[in-house]
Design a protein around this ligand. Structure first.
Ligand code: 13P
Length: 253
């Protein structure tokens, strides 16, 4: 079995100001050497990526974007930020296809795939988000939805060039998560789907869980077979909470 370095990513969403970048220093200090065993990523709003990268200089923390343009080349596209621009200011990763973008900006699987491919071209690692809604789960359609999203949104290249985040839409921003066995089932389904697409290279792709991960439940989620880390929303905003999540990973000790 491939050994995949865990990845724990914080998605600040549309929260944070310059003053909140101080949390990054506190985070680095609190997690100490765990950062060598786990890839720790902070994805602040676009305007804070450059100062966040500056704040992280000399530390092993990683900074990433929350979205990017599907266009690889510079273009007359008002308001868009390209993956190359993110890389230029120090980003190493970018989240693509988050459900808040799929829902609020009508992003399709095909658009998400184009964004993931633009990210790879710019030297970034895209984190491709997938996940079912509450209604889809209630209708027994989890496998159908998640495998369709993985097949159609994953970039054309496999392996460690990208990561997948399984984020059930209904688990985001609330207090409920799937059971550990449900999380395990979906993660193995994602791995199977990637294997159909990419063969053995699929063993190198990290699959994260996201949706209401916090200091209380992260430790048990990390014990689930096939969970290679987490994509954390609210609990990534406070360094103490995010550090507790990271230190709760078995690889941190
Ligand atoms: P919460 O951790 O706040 O539920 O958000 C999850 C998420 O959407 C991360 O991308």
């Amino acid at each position: 079995m491939a050994s995949r370095k865990p990845l724990i990513a914080g998605n600040w969403k549309m929260f944070g100001r310059n003053t909140d970048l101080a949390e990054i220093g506190v985070l680095a200090e609190t997690i100490g050497p765990a950062v060598d065993k786990i890839d720790v990523l902070v994805c602040p709003p676009a305007v804070l990526i450059a100062p966040a990268a500056w704040q992280m200089r000399g530390k092993s923390l990683l900074v990433g974007g929350q979205d990017c343009s599907p266009s690889a080349a510079d273009a007359a596209k008002t308001g868009e930020v390209s993956a190359a621009m993110l890389a230029d200011v120090g980003a190493k990763y970018v989240i693509v296809g988050h459900s808040e973008r799929r829902q609020n900006h009508q992003e399709t699987d095909d658009l998400v795939r184009q964004k993931a491919e633009a990210a790879i071209l710019a030297g970034l690692v895209p984190i491709v988000c997938v996940g079912e809604t509450h209604a889809e789960r209630a209708a027994g359609r989890v496998a159908e939805i998640v495998s369709r999203q993985v097949k159609a949104s994953a970039p054309g290249q496999g392996g460690g060039t990208f990561a997948v985040a399984y984020e059930p839409v209904w688990a985001i921003g609330g207090n409920s998560t799937p059971t550990l066995s449900e999380i395990g089932d979906v993660h193995s389904l994602v791995r199977e789907t990637l294997t159909q697409q990419f063969g053995g290279q699929a063993n190198e792709t990290r699959i994260l869980y996201g949706g209401s991960v916090g200091p209380k439940n992260a430790g048990e989620i990390f014990t689930v077979e096939g969970v290679d880390g987490a994509l954390v929303g609210r609990a990534s905003l406070k360094a103490s909470d995010f550090a507790a999540i990271i230190l709760g990973h078995p690889a941190a000790v």
